[in-house]
Design a protein around this ligand. Structure first.
Ligand code: G1P
Length: 288
């Protein structure tokens, strides 16, 4: 289909220092929210947007991701024999065709832009997605699906943005919006983690991007930016002067699972989707 997005890049080479010591033996995207690791929510979101190829940018060969998405026929048999069909369904839903998975190594922690650049040789299509599993978005229609639907209409690069309060705006890439139509903005530029007084707006990029493959030549030319790292934001800023970039104020609630508070909030929000589970959680909290 013209304009469609088939490949997603997951930059998951980070150290996960904010969750140490939990991240000594597992990587941070393997942290579970209720009963699924963050990376599985990310993969399911990409799948529902029509993505068929999954590129994991990792620091070393990441056996945990491989194991998580591989089929477990012995376990499936046990679940079937024991009549645990819901568990069987969840287990089967968490497998990926090994042929649809690719690994790319990012050997130095040089930033998000550098991580995306590492995937250059495996991206053939005009447009691809980047999804940061730390940002979990809860809504009936997954965030990336909302973005791909917009992309299929206007065929430009798309950033998902959210309105952020003044005291937190310096933690994000912030767009300089031009004209808007409903919840879609034309983007004139983006600034990585500006001081509040320099922020061009209160609309911040969250971890969802549909990008033109032209981004790679811009990334390759970049010097280190904010924090001494190669910033994806800087390459998007540079591309925005040459071709259309849009921002979508997506529908849904985002949980920053890179922070402990956001991670706990995500667990509660996901538990709420199961009324029986939530009733039990509420009972426990009330009895304290
Ligand atoms: C990264 C990006 C930033 C973006 C944010 C969204 O920052 O560099 O532009 O707003 O993700 O979560 P990080 O949170 O990795 O510092």
């Amino acid at each position: 289909m013209k304009g469609s997005v088939r490949t997603v890049v997951f930059p998951i080479a980070g150290l996960g220092t904010r969750f140490l010591p939990a991240t000594k033996a597992i990587t941070k995207e393997m942290l579970p929210v209720v009963d699924r690791p963050l990376i599985e929510y990310a993969v399911q979101e990409a799948r529902s947007a029509g993505v068929e190829r999954f590129v994991f940018v990792v620091s070393t060969q990441n056996d945990l991701v491989t194991k998580h998405f591989s089929a477990q026929p012995d376990l499936e048999k046990v679940l079937e024999q024991n009549g645990k069909f819901n568990e069987l369904k969840s287990l089967q839903a968490s497998t990926l065709d090994p042929e649809s998975i690719l690994y790319v190594i990012q050997d130095k922690p040089l930033g998000l832009g550098h991580a995306v650049l590492c995937a250059r040789d495996v991206i053939d299509e005009e447009f691809f997605a980047v999804l940061l599993p730390d940002d979990l978005v809860l809504w009936d229609k997954p965030c990336l699906q909302q973005m791909v639907e917009l992309h299929n209409k206007i065929e430009s690069s798309i950033l998902a943005v959210e309105q952020i309060d003044n005291e937190n705006i310096s933690s994000y890439g912030v767009i300089n919006p031009n004209e808007s139509s409903g919840n879609v903005y034309k983007v004139d530029g983006v600034v990585e983690k500006p001081k509040f007084e320099d922020a061009p707006s209160n609309l911040a990029a969250i971890g969802r991007y549909v990008l033109s493959k032209q981004i790679f030549s811009h990334l390759a030319k970049l010097n280190a930016g904010y924090g001494g790292e190669i910033q994806l934001t800087d390459a998007i800023n540079s591309i925005a002067s040459q071709q259309p970039v849009h921002a979508l104020k997506f529908k849904g609630t985002r949980y920053d699972c890179g922070s402990k508070a956001g991670y706990i909030a995500a667990n509660i929000a996901y538990a709420r989707q199961d009324p029986t589970l939530m009733a039990k959680v509420e009972d426990i909290l009330e009895s304290d």
